[in-house]
Design a protein around this ligand. Sequence first.
Ligand SMILES: Nc1ncnc2c1ncn2[C@@H]1O[C@H](COP(=O)(O)OP(=O)(O)O)[C@@H](O)[C@H]1O
Ligand code: SF4
Ligand SMILES: [Mg+2]
Length: 345
Amino acid sequence: MNALLDVRGLTVELPTERGWIRPVNDVTFTLAPGETLGIVGESGSGKTMLVLALMGLTPPGARRTGEAWLYPRSSNGNRSGTDNSVQRSTRRTDLTVANSEQIRAIRGREIAMIFQEPMTALNPVMRVGAQIEEAITVHEARVSAAEAHRLAVAALERASVPEPALRARQYPHQLSGGLRQRAMIAMALAAGPRILIADEPTTALDVTVQKQILELLVNLQRDLGLAMIFITHDLGVVAQVAARVAVMYAGRIVEEGPVQEILRDPRHPYTVGLLRAAPRLERGKVTPIPGTVPSLNALPPGCAFAPRCEFRRTECDERVPDLRRVNAEHTARCVLVAAEGALST
Ligand SMILES: Nc1ncnc2c1ncn2[C@@H]1O[C@H](COP(=O)(O)OP(=O)(O)O)[C@@H](O)[C@H]1O
Ligand code: SF4
Ligand SMILES: [Mg+2]
């Protein structure tokens, strides 16, 4: 199987005053080398918690079950002489049970993450260049200071930061919002990860800068052969960056398939609602989805979308619908999809 990341039945449970909740519920997907998977869903659907679980960053007290296999670099893809983790280069790792040392070796070097707010990643009192140098030397202790500096400036240049040597000497607050985002991308990619997780990286930016950052990410993804998980609440953004999309609702994937097919022929009423609510895609009047995301403490017994669904019928409330196959590449968790296509999950 040609997977870089193989996530199977990943579930995250969190303790709350009203009992355990499952912000991530039985999530299964694979990511192939060089592929971009979009993850889309309204705020609160579990997108961030899903990727935090992959990075070993769930809140204290959280329980994780399921598997998340990170596959090794192919042998000719190894950076011989600088790779100090022989085990990592030969065996797959289950990220859900990896210890803190393994996770430290993976973060930045195998999987890197960028966020909506660059200041989550950047240290306000440290020069931008020094932060990128640190992101490199934490994995490659033998790199000299001069070499680390050269690599940091090159990373800024690769992220299309103008005057990279000058910017490297500046502090994050001296950079515009768009440049800070580029600096965060440079830092994320500095240690040569294979997977980039982008969690709503353009949500806070104005439309022009957003477009530039999306273009940059698409170019970097292609040039570096990166695999990318791109999270957004906006299906219109997904269409610009990803070939495949997974739609999340109340912790579960409710539809998954090729982006263009899902935009043209969505099969889950929630995806239909997201499309109608996307200003970039909807030519007619933009209509928000009625109702709100259900509380994870009080999910309906059947389909979690049922209270908001205009197609609801009796069987929707009996049990959580299985993911059903629309075709070889497209699935949806809805009783409206012909039952004979049900997956054996
Ligand atoms: N530390 C936490 N404790 C309890 N619930 C949390 C915590 N963090 C997130 N949640 C809940 O988990 C759900 C998913 O959140 P999140 O992954 O941030 O969604 P998204 O990124 O899709 O907006 C939400 O209902 C949120 O309230
Ligand atoms: S399973 Fe039923 S309630 Fe859920 S989305 Fe499909 S039709 Fe609507
Ligand atoms: Mg989020």
